[in-house]
Design a protein around this ligand. Structure first.
Ligand code: NAD
Length: 356
């Protein structure tokens, strides 16, 4: 494997391979960019079949964090870590403490947080060895309600763009996935008077939402085909692809799932179909805004975090404006917005300041 060539392809600053045999640790920390500030992104634990697969994932995810953090207006760069292992059987105190020591060794160039495969208790072990952890339960805690709040505001901005009225009242929203984010999103939408339908591959999850919130339950198969105003993917990635996009029966796609597009460029297929797509890394940025709030000089405040997350609506409005003006997909326009901020801030930082 030609590691440097791979890394060059994505434009990373630094990639750290971490090994500790006693702890059984094999991890990779990828710092894509620190142009805006220290790199921030969660740590994922996954039973990658090959080291190459793990490297590819961490390179792709960390680059995505550069764009997400830039688009959210945060002074954080992009980074991510992966631990190679099965979260169901390979977790231990030593593993996470060993990982924590590697994070500490970077001296604050990378802040870690929770991602797929890690729970709050694992992060506690990491935090025993490093100061550079965000999202601990006693600080900003579960980000899901905050992420859902951002999606809720993003849906309103999208409704305004398509129907000239941001109100969800009377609009039909179909949510794929009644998990942490899907459930809270359903709650906010119901409270705002929307008609909400929800589907989950685990019927008990969808039924809980039905019982608590009075939403309709739909079978999960072919949920993307259901006629509605807004389709909100809040489950897994890859739901919008060459097969599903022609079958969509909605005016807007706006949900929390990461990597909703099957591949780069599929946003253009949505544009051609006249469906407004709220780019995933922008509409689901509430989680990262929430953890970043921990760095506020006055400490974390959920109220402040929710206020900031509501501005995701403004970011989407800006993306919709760029897309229209340049005749490009909203997927591309989101990249333009993030890259523009990165370039402008980087140029500003070239201005010489005398030392105090
Ligand atoms: P979760 O695991 O709690 O919920 C996902 C739900 O989707 C589960 O209930 C699962 O059973 C269901 N599901 C899986 N496949 C499905 C299918 N084919 N059809 C219907 N339902 C299906 O996860 P979450 O925390 O709610 O996150 C949802 C998505 O949002 C993920 O893609 C996640 O990466 C993304 N996201 C979450 C946050 C956050 O703060 N939690 C932040 C940013 C992005």
């Amino acid at each position: 494997m030609e590691v440097f060539r791979r890394v060059e392809g994505y434009g990373h600053e630094q990639v750290v391979f971490c090994r500790n045999d006693e702890a059984g640790l094999r991890a990779i920390i990828a710092i894509h960019s620190t142009a805006l500030g220290p790199a921030l992104g969660g740590c994922r634990m996954w039973p990658y079949k090959t080291e190459e697969e793990a490297l590819e994932d961490v390179l792709r995810l960390s680059r995505g964090m550069t764009y997400k953090n830039a688009a959210m207006g945060l002074n954080f760069g992009g980074g991510k870590a992966v631990i190679i292992g099965d979260p169901r059987k390979d977790k231990s105190e030593l593993l996470f403490r060993a990982f924590g020591r590697f994070v500490q060794s970077l001296g604050g160039r990378y802040y870690t947080a929770e991602d797929v495969g890690l729970g709050p208790e694992d992060l506690e072990f990491v935090a025993q060895e490093t100061d550079y952890v965000l999202g601990l339960s006693e600080t900003s805690g579960d980000p899901s309600p905050v992420t859902a709040w951002g999606v809720f505001h993003g849906i309103q901005a999208s409704l305004e763009e398509v129907f000239g009225d941001p109100s969800p009242k009377g609009r039909h929203v179909v949510i794929q996935g009644a998990g942490h984010v899907g459930y809270h999103l359903a709650k906010y939408l119901k409270e705002a008077g929307a008609r909400v339908s929800i589907a989950d591959i685990f019927p008990d999850k969808a039924e809980k939402a039905q019982k608590d919130l009075g939403v309709e339950v739909l079978p999960p198969e072919d949920i993307h085909r259901v006629p509605c105003d807004v389709f909100a993917p809040c489950a897994l990635g890859g739901v919008l692809n060459e097969k599903t996009i022609p079958e969509l029966n909605c005016k807007i796609v706006a949900g929390s799932a990461n990597n909703q597009l099957g591949k780069t460029g599929d946003g253009e297929l949505l544009r051609q179909r006249g469906i407004l797509y709220a780019p995933d890394f922008v509409i689901n940025g509430g989680g990262v805004i929430n953890v970043a709030e921990e760095m506020h000089p006055e400490g974390y405040s959920r109220e402040r975090a929710l206020k900031k997350v509501a501005t995701i609506a403004d970011k989407l409005r800006e993306i919709y404006r760029i897309a229209k003006e340049q005749g490009i997909s909203t997927e591309k326009a989101a990249d333009v917005m993030a890259e523009t901020r990165l370039e402008k801030v980087t140029r500003l930082q070239r201005m010489y300041l005398p030392e105090e």
